[in-house]
Write a protein that binds this ligand. Structure first.
Ligand code: MG
Length: 173
């Protein structure tokens, strides 16, 4: 019997100097990276949580604890691959993935195709089944104040970005 499940994921990380910005498995040129135990790829973390949520497998914090030295500096795409292989072995397939990245800066438009391609490759689908939509927060809340021209005092301490992902999964179709 075919089973269809939906999963939702969310993640956010702070901007920090001295680290590369990696989003959706793609390195994006920017003066800040994201702070975190792993490579802090908030989009991939949201996707992992969506996959785990859809299939009743808990959450990323249980699976890859940020207190575990094994995941220090980890490539989040490798963690996503690990989860995807487990799901595939259990008969699950991704139907489609839809994501939102909320960031005042940098501009993500030029990098969307690369992110969709990388994520599709990792999830065994085509880029047509993967959507990544960039949004700003219109300067609202801790996600918003990341533009030094408008909020010069808050950039490093209080700004970052967030990502949301929703995934549809099929099993036994
Ligand atoms: Mg995270």
């Amino acid at each position: 019997m075919a089973t269809t499940r939906i999963g939702l994921g969310f993640d956010s990380h702070r901007f920090v100097k001295g680290r590369p910005l990696v989003l959706g498995g793609v390195k994006i040129p920017f003066e800040f990276g994201l702070d975190g135990h792993s490579d802090a790829d908030a989009l991939v973390h949201a996707i992992i949580d969506a996959l785990l949520g859809a299939t009743g497998r808990g959450n990323i914090g249980e699976r890859f604890p940020d207190t575990d030295p094994a995941y220090a500096g980890a490539d989040s795409c490798a963690l996503l691959g690990e989860v995807w292989r487990e799901l595939t072995a259990d008969g699950w397939q991704v139907v489609n993935l839809d994501c939102v990245v909320i960031a005042e800066s940098p501009r993500l438009g030029p990098h969307l195709a690369a992110m969709r391609g990388r994520l599709a490759e990792l999830l065994g689908v085509t880029p047509a089944e993967v959507s990544v939509k960039p949004k700003t927060a219109e300067g609202l809340g801790p996600i918003g104040p990341s533009r030094p021209d408008r909020w010069p005092d808050t950039r490093e301490r209080e700004s970052g970005l967030a990502a949301m992902a929703v995934v549809l999964m099929n099993k036994g179709a």
